[in-house]
Design a protein around this ligand. Structure first.
Ligand SMILES: Nc1ncnc2c1ncn2[C@@H]1O[C@H](COP(=O)(O)OP(=O)(O)O)[C@@H](O)[C@H]1O
Ligand SMILES: [Mg+2]
Length: 252
């Protein structure tokens, strides 16, 4: 299944795409390909330490380059973007590439550029679904309305909304979003300072600390997308798990 993540700059597309991919691979044993589709300002590869950077352009040159896109996380492959690339992605070439990889991955998750550049529209068109990410603040909501209009004009299927950086005192309430968008809210991810800490460490928080509020919300989203329950006990991994790994370190 190919899913593109769309929304205004800064809402959390890159963070969510990578962390969701890591959660699907780690806890639900899915084969996941995460693609940085933001070719002009690629950030995704900074969220994870990659041994080797493989870009969409490398795959177009030779699809076998996919073997180099491995990450430290089993089942997760990441396609980064060459920094500041101005090369255009050819629609037909990209289409056949994505169909080809769709055969060997359970999920292809695409992080798109901010707003609705031609690249974003291309990725939306080539995806089975798009997921709209917004923050509970007015400008991001306006951008989300625009996304709704564009998606309905293009006949793109919007699976639902992720409300990211949610705070109880946010100007835009969940109730407002429910009332004004005819789409399901798939996840509410709280504003969580740990997100940036893990960004600095280049580790997905959904794996390093799945019991943080943001981690839990992502786990639920991963469960929803596969229709399966996550079996790992979050509390155990978070607190008791850390305790055991400390003990292990002391005794080995
Ligand atoms: N739930 C969250 N809580 C706190 N900070 C977040 C959260 N989600 C994303 N961020 C931070 O917000 C900033 C923008 O996120 P990013 O994923 O780069 O957005 P986008 O790709 O949509 O431009 C980053 O600094 C990121 O660490
Ligand atoms: Mg981004």
């Amino acid at each position: 299944m190919i899913i593109s993540f769309i929304g205004k700059g800064g809402v959390g597309k890159t963070t969510i795409t990578l962390n969701l991919g890591a959660a699907l691979a780690t806890y639900l044993s899915q084969r996941v390909l995460v693609i940085d589709g933001n070719t002009r300002a690629p950030n995704l590869s900074f969220l994870l330490e990659l041994k080797e950077a493989v870009s969409l352009f490398d795959l177009i040159t030779d699809p076998k380059n996919i073997v180099k896109a491995n990450t430290e996380i089993d089942g997760l492959k990441v396609i980064s973007s060459p920094i500041g690339s101005n090369a255009e992605l050819d629609f037909e070439v990209l289409k056949s590439l994505l169909s080809f990889f769709n055969l060997s991955f359970n999920f292809i998750l695409i992080d798109t550029p901010p707003s609705f550049t031609s690249e974003t529209l291309t990725f939306m068109e080539l995806s089975d679904y798009s997921i709209l990410i917004l923050n509970p603040e007015p400008l991001s909501v306006i951008e989300a309305y625009r996304a709704l209009q564009i998606a309905s004009r293009m006949n793109v299927k919007l699976l639902g909304i992720i409300v990211n950086k949610f705070r109880q005192d946010a100007v835009v309430s969940l109730e407002y979003i429910r009332r004004n968008f005819s789409l399901p809210i798939l996840a509410v991810i709280p504003e969580d300072p740990m997100v940036q800490t893990y960004t600095l460490e280049q580790k997905p928080f959904s794996i390093s600390n799945p019991s943080t509020p943001a981690g839990r919300a992502l786990m639920e989203l991963a469960s929803y997308l596969t229709g399966r329950k996550i079996e790992v006990q979050l509390e155990k991994r978070g607190i008791i798990g850390t305790f055991f790994s400390l003990l292990k370190k002391l005794f080995t």
